[in-house]
Design a binder for this molecule. Structure first.
Ligand code: SF4
Ligand code: SF4
Length: 362
């Protein structure tokens, strides 16, 4: 069957607002780009408010206030209030370092709907070492308690890799002890700084298989107490994930400097033309930006995707990963076992070393 020529223009549902790339932590798996946007180039409060209004008019329901660490923005409360005024459900994605109890109270009063706190490990010393920040673990626990005290729903985000994958059970216990309603067991996705640290972060296949079995067991054990989400690690998957729900299909991402990307790693693909909210409305960008139309729909696909029955399910996987691993952004994501380049993924997953982390710093 031939791939459809004219892609349908869906409504976006989610907006990732990267308010700043500044962050006090140095996580070696950070998916921020290696070239971080400087503070001087960040969008101002009024522009974010306009973007949120345009997003809501376009159909967006949910905004993720992210970074970097959004708490590095002095106007975070005003930004949150503008998301609320636009009618968006707002989710603060934070490291918890840089958000005081007082700020959190002001954010709640401004209409914040949900908080997601990343926790690097269940053990304090390991957590602080992975974060590259002494005292981070204690700070996260304290802010999580305050989130719950204020009555806001809490998600714990646990990024798993070789240094902590054996403690998934303890991470879930910690999330329960913190009264989180959800815990995300997210294996590292290899973009940005994570590619630099890939060999140090990479778990073995046996570890990943044990982790997957344990997550199922934990779901059954804690059913009704906490929701456990788990993202399968790409390099050990059989099929790719439908990255961002399909390119230009469900979500958009605004960088600190105002560029609008179909996914947070899209700038790693050379030759794409991104439009900026300083010059265009979000509706114009969504419909006409060359970057959004580059891989929308299925007409750009090559074999084996173009004749594959799964092409409308996973959309050929991740374009950024296809480029990073094959040099061709229109190729099948090589984590797919049907990709002729699949052998590269297995070869990379076999490279593991115990080198010190290269921390992400700004
Ligand atoms: S992954 Fe770590 S370093 Fe990167 S933005 Fe989040 S908290 Fe900061
Ligand atoms: S061949 Fe392409 S469309 Fe088919 S499963 Fe693999 S990546 Fe997905």
């Amino acid at each position: 069957m031939a791939a459809s020529a004219t892609p349908i223009l869906h409504k976006p549902l989610g907006l990732l607002a990267e308010l700043t790339h500044r962050c006090p932590l140095g996580c070696p798996y950070c998916s921020n780009p290696l070239a971080l946007d400087p503070r001087e180039g960040e969008l101002d409060t009024a522009t974010w408010a306009r973007v949120f209004g345009e997003a809501a008019a376009l159909g967006v329901l949910q905004v993720h206030l992210s970074g970097g660490e959004p708490g590095a923005r002095r106007d975070l409360v005003d930004i949150t209030a503008s998301a609320h005024a636009a009618g968006l459900y707002s989710n603060l994605i934070t490291s918890a370092v840089g958000i005081t109890e007082k700020t959190l109270g002001a954010l709640a009063a401004a209409g914040l709907d949900h908080v997601q706190i990343s926790i690097q490990d269940s053990e304090q010393r390991s957590a602080d070492r992975i974060a590259g920040y002494d005292g981070a673990f204690a700070r996260k626990r304290a802010l999580a308690a305050e989130v719950v005290r204020l009555g806001l729903p809490l998600t714990v985000n646990a990024v798993m890799h070789r240094a902590n994958i054996e403690r998934i059970g303890e991470m879930v216990d910690l999330a329960i002890a913190l009264d989180a309603s959800r815990v995300e067991i997210a294996h590292v996705q290899y973009y940005g700084w994570a590619i630099k640290n890939r060999a140090t972060l990479m778990p073995t296949r046996e570890q990943v298989e044990r982790a997957a079995a344990l997550v199922e067991e934990l779901r059954a054990r804690h059913h009704g107490r906490i929701v456990i989400d788990a993202v399968v690690p790409d390099y050990y998957a059989r099929y790719p994930k439908p990255c961002v729900g399909g390119w230009g299909r469900r979500s958009l991402n605004v960088t600190p400097a105002g560029k609008v990307l179909p996914c947070h790693a899209a700038e790693s693909i050379p030759g794409l033309e991104f439009w900026n909210v300083r010059e265009h409305s979000l509706a114009e960008i969504w419909a006409h930006s060359p970057a959004f139309n580059a891989f929308r729909g299925t007409s750009w696909m090559k074999e084996p995707c173009v004749s594959c029955p799964r092409r409308e399910q996973d959309f050929g996987g991740c374009r950024c990963q296809a480029f990073a691993l094959t040099g061709d952004a229109a190729a099948a994501d090589p984590v797919c076992h049907l990709s002729p380049e699949h052998g590269r993924v297995a070869a990379l997953a076999a490279v593991r070393e115990d080198a010190p982390y290269e921390y992400r710093r700004m």
